[in-house]
Design a protein around this ligand. Structure first.
Ligand SMILES: Nc1ncnc2c1ncn2[C@@H]1O[C@H](COP(=O)(O)OP(=O)(O)OP(=O)(O)O)[C@@H](O)[C@H]1O
Length: 237
């Protein structure tokens, strides 16, 4: 049995693509346990497997081996539809590129996923989330009418609105300048703490990673032990 306060319980997870001589081993036995409410920074050189690990832990990609339990769901036992259902409402994802729908206003981008989940008060909740990220005056703006920082705030509101137990962020400040990036991170940590969500964030920024409760470093498809500086020797960012 998984302890109730463990949100991610991944054991000996492997991800290999291709077959025989063409096989690429992307994750080579990753075990990771993350407690409810914890924030974890995922660091490591380019190509070390961070995005791939996030993909299997968020149910977007299926691991080749090992076991993954997330928010009580056994990912290995679920088919594609089951994985989509397990993600819905439980897992929020913020990506480096904001992926807002260009034909929808800010409030629609946040409300429509809530409606799909069956919420009756989707627009009221979406408005409250956008107010919480400081965008109460931009509700009916389209993404093209918003700055990069504002678009990322909409993406954060959209990810957090369903109150997911688990929030993944893949370099959420990668497309923003330093000042906007810092403001977005303040916001992401504040919203994470308010909602009690668990946060797993990929970053190349060591200073940013130190704001998390824990730093997990990857290299060559594995989690490595030791100091962050040693583990990151050779990082190309
Ligand atoms: N579909 C694929 N087919 C073959 N190899 C792949 C595929 N997807 C990822 N890889 C390889 O898996 C390795 C890990 O990739 P991944 O994107 O997880 O690394 P990362 O640590 O997130 O890198 P970055 O920091 O550059 O985003 C890389 O060597 C990559 O080339």
């Amino acid at each position: 049995m998984t302890a109730p306060d463990i949100v991610i319980d991944a054991r000996d997870v492997t991800l290999s693509l291709g077959k025989d001589a063409a096989q690429v081993d992307i994750l080579r036995g990753v075990s990771l346990s993350v407690a409810a409410g914890e924030s974890v920074a995922l660091l490591g050189p380019s190509g070390s497997g961070k995005s791939s690990l996030m993909a299997v832990l968020s149910g977007l990609e299926r691991a080749t081996g090992g076991s993954i339990r997330v928010a009580g769901a056994d990912f290995g036992a679920l088919d594609e539809d089951g994985l989509a259902l397990a993600r819905r409402g439980r897992i929020g994802i913020v990506l480096q590129a904001f992926h807002l729908l260009p034909t929808m206003t800010a409030i629609e981008n946040v409300a429509v996923p809530l409606e799909l989940e069956g919420a009756d008060d989707a627009f009221a909740r979406a408005e409250a989330e956008l107010v919480a990220v400081g965008l109460g005056h931009r509700l009916t703006h389209y993404p093209a009418q918003l700055s990069g920082g504002e678009q990322q705030r909409v993406a954060i509101a959209r990810a957090i609105a369903p109150r997911p137990a688990l929030l993944f962020a893949d370099e959420p400040t990668g497309n923003l300048d330093a000042a906007n990036g810092a403001a977005i991170m303040d916001l992401l940590f504040a919203r994470q703490q308010e909602t009690g969500a668990t946060l797993v964030m990929i970053t190349h920024d060591i200073a940013l990673s130190r704001r998390c409760d824990r730093i997990v470093t990857m290299r060559d498809g594995r989690i490595v032990e030791g100091s962050v500086e040693n583990a990151l020797a050779g990082i190309d960012a």
